[in-house]
Design a protein around this ligand. Sequence first.
Ligand SMILES: Cc1cc2nc3c(=O)[nH]c(=O)nc-3n(C[C@H](O)[C@H](O)[C@H](O)COP(=O)(O)OP(=O)(O)OC[C@H]3O[C@@H](n4cnc5c(N)ncnc54)[C@H](O)[C@@H]3O)c2cc1C
Length: 398
Amino acid sequence: VTVSPVDRPALLVIGGGPAALAAARGYRAAAGEGPVALVTDEGLAPYQRPPLTKGLLRHESARADLPLERDAWFADHDVRLVTGRAVALDAQARTVTLSGGRTLHYEHCVLAPGSEPTRLPVPGADDPGVRTLRSLADFVELDRRVTEDVRAIVVGSGFVGCEIAASLRLRGLAVTLVSDEHAPQHERLGPEIGARLADWLRGEGVDLRLGAPVARIVRHGERLTVETESGHAPTGELVVMAAGVRPRLELALAAGLECPDGAIPTDERLRTALPDVWAAGDVAHAHHAVAGRRLRVEHWGDALAQGEVAGRSAAGDDGAVWEDPPGFWSTIGRRTLKHAAWGDGWSSVAVTPHAGGAFTARYRDADGRLVGVLTHERDEDYELERSQLAGRTPVEAA
Ligand SMILES: Cc1cc2nc3c(=O)[nH]c(=O)nc-3n(C[C@H](O)[C@H](O)[C@H](O)COP(=O)(O)OP(=O)(O)OC[C@H]3O[C@@H](n4cnc5c(N)ncnc54)[C@H](O)[C@@H]3O)c2cc1C
């Protein structure tokens, strides 16, 4: 029996998202040797997820722009893509088994399986007409159902829900957004920012039903009605559920990793408790070098940063640690927000308005320390406050 080198990779990465690709890049950047294999159940080379709710959904950007690397990059860096679903990891034997029974033997393994959308635990939430949006395949299926005469109901006022609602409006659909929150991101970002986001969505023509927990979703022929506990019952042909995500932990749990906080605990080099196994991206509960504690984030940029550190660490570079403050951008309709925060709450928020609707919100803890920043059209404030969060420039005395 001949064993192809891809069945014995020096670095085996489970996942095909940003954390997985960054792990391969980091491994090579730190002169990691031997074949690298990325196992992905999507059957696609790593691509950008953020446009799925933004430019791509508005038909303003193209699928051709999604790949994160050119095909040649994979060949040039001896990084192979393996299509398959990893179902078992044996850290003692250093093997990963795919669903068809194929077994890969690794020297180093990075777990980067990301997360998957959750559905509200209400009757009708699993109706096939209720869509979620995580992958390009989900996008294609959703986009197929989007025509101007369709009435869409978006459930959830997180960033993904707000982005989908605004993008569908820009496609000309009638859109209702239903959420149990009293304003989008009210708890996370405060009432003033929540009110601004609600105004943005109303300005785009989205019909908001806020403070309205979903009771059930009922099908009437081709139509679906989203009944809320507060008595609203918007009806449409398309329901998109954006009710949050859950890290994909099956492989880690089956391998014996304890995940007490719903994600895989790692140190600041993204090492897990298993020998030569790292975890990065949405699935990681990683120790942050500056915060001095573990953080859970679901951000594109942090998935890239963590993957890079994991890959470098796997190649033997112990100097790389996760240290940039977590942050993300969101584009709701035509407006972009930038947010960076440690992510475990705040005591006070001061919102400074600027000309033309721009603003900067600074979040502080009970001791007056900056713990987060949110900006719209104020990149200079975002950069400055983000670097202060990182502790790299002194906070100005008041
Ligand atoms: C529509 C959308 C828009 C977003 N927009 C933004 C944004 O604007 N800004 C921002 O910061 N964040 C955004 N996010 C969040 C961001 O995309 C995620 O935080 C990021 O993709 C996480 O990267 P990851 O590599 O950990 O996991 P993922 O990107 O989820 O990739 C994991 C990959 O692993 C595969 N996989 C899982 N399990 C297995 C297995 N057992 N075997 C083989 N393969 C497996 C999955 O199919 C997937 O391809 C958005 C997310 C979505 C869904």
